[in-house]
Design a protein around this ligand. Structure first.
Ligand code: OAD
Length: 393
């Protein structure tokens, strides 16, 4: 890697292609239809949230946690020479990493979404976990540069070994041997070990980064060649997006490089949101959980999708409505009570006037009209004394 390729770009240098060196700038570039051939280059970091460790992260990476395998050096577990002598450590690890146990991440679904939108030129991956296939990406869209667990064969005569028997062997931590008894060589998944050539498919597709109009590099330390050289094959004026916990491979040194130094899943969500694809992406990812007993979340009710501010506004509107209704009720109640009182008072007055005429001072009044609904008795002048004061009577 040249010096040029590692020095971060001077922020004041404007991009050649993008309007801004931001996620929004990239989203605009894609939405404007200028990114129709996207190349994705991925590594172990896109699968860590699925529960598969990466290789080189200092505490959590696979290489930092292989003491139990008593290896002469960590990478020996993927060395063909070491495997020939001692295949057990690899098979110990294979039983932990074997596909089928892990759910694809939303980042895998994002790659599938790019394909479904007709924008993916190729996905180059160093991963052997097959999670992109699990997320619905057709096999031909991915170049598995370091092979995968999908197939296996004898390391000597190359005779393929049946998938179902391999699964059984791996489960039981048995070492599978060639079906050809005269060979009886060791069988190994078609993972590229150190000391082995990369698949022909890698070299056959190596020109594609040059044809890309956007490269997205995610979850790789870009330390293992020749894969690590792919981002440099992308044309100078073509935007490159790095989504990774750390800056790697000199990305960020070109004028159209965009860096999202964060978790892959949150990075792709940001990009999907800027593109207006987030809901579609989440729905697509939800389908990958069914096989693992994770039911797709029920589509959120209208109210649940609202932002905090919108929810607060709704709450205030509801409260205001309640208060208005209560006040209206009070007014109605008051006016009804008032009219009941007026009616009662009028009747009493009339009665008193009649009694005054006859000299009779009777307190109880069986002829009085029934109390108004809601009132406790018919001596309203006592109960609603305060109304009487203000009454117009
Ligand atoms: P590494 O372990 O070398 O690098 C993983 C990178 O992803 C690191 O830069 C991490 O910081 C970053 N990372 C980890 N978790 C992340 C996350 N959730 N979001 C964003 N970034 C994250 O893995 P690779 O580059 O894939 O080869 O390793 C390359 C090759 O080295 C592997 O294919 C394997 C190994 O030896 C073989 O087995 C042949």
């Amino acid at each position: 890697m040249g010096q040029e390729e590692s020095t971060p770009i001077d922020e004041s240098s404007p991009p050649f292609t993008l309007e801004t060196r931001t996620v929004e700038g990239l989203a605009k570039y894609i939405k404007d239809g200028r990114a129709r051939r996207i190349v994705v280059m991925s590594g172990a970091g896109i699968s860590t949230s699925a529960g598969i460790p990466d290789f080189r992260s200092p505490d959590t990476g696979l290489y930092a946690n292989l003491a139990r395998l008593n290896l002469p050096y960590a990478e020996a577990v993927f060395s063909i020479d070491y495997f020939r002598q001692k295949p057990e450590p690899f098979y110990e690890l294979a039983s932990e990493l074997f596909p089928g146990k892990f759910r694809p991440t939303i980042t895998h679904s994002f790659i599938t979404l790019l394909h479904r939108k007709g924008l993916l030129l190729k996905h180059f991956t160093q991963n052997i976990d097959c999670l992109d296939r699990e997320a619905g990406l057709p096999g031909e869209m991915t170049v598995e540069a370091h092979g995968s667990f999908a197939t296996q064969r004898c390391i000597d005569c190359k005779l393929p070994y049946p998938d179902d028997e391999m699964l059984e062997k791996v489960k039981n931590k048995d070492i599978p041997c060639c079906k050809n008894e005269s060979c009886n060589g060791l069988v190994k998944p078609d993972i590229v070990f150190f000391g082995e050539a990369l698949p022909a498919e890698f070299f056959a597709n190596r020109e594609l980064p040059q044809q890309a109009d956007l490269a997205i590099i995610m979850g790789s330390s870009l330390t293992v060649m020749p894969f690590a050289g792919l981002p440099q094959l992308v044309r100078e004026e073509t935007p490159r997006l790095l989504i990774n916990l750390e800056r790697v491979g000199g990305i960020g040194s070109r004028r159209d490089d965009v860096l999202l130094l964060e978790d892959c899943d949150s990075g792709v969500k940001k990009l999907a949101e800027a593109l207006g694809w987030l809901e579609e992406l989440e729905e697509m990812w939800a389908t990958t959980g069914v096989k693992f007993g994770v039911e797709p979340e029920k589509k959120e009710e209208e109210g649940m999708r609202k932002s905090k501010d919108e929810k607060l506004e709704d709450e205030i509107t509801k409260l205001t409505k309640d208060v208005d209704e209560t006040l209206l009720l009070c007014e109605k109640h008051e006016s009804r009570v008032r009219s009941d009182f007026d009616r009662e008072a009028k009747k009493l007055l009339e009665k008193q006037m009649k009694m005054g005429d006859s000299g009779d001072e009777q307190e109880g009044d069986d002829d009085a009209p029934p109390a108004a609904e809601g009132s406790k008795g018919h001596r309203l002048s006592h109960v609603f004394g305060h109304l009487k004061k203000g009454s117009s009577l």
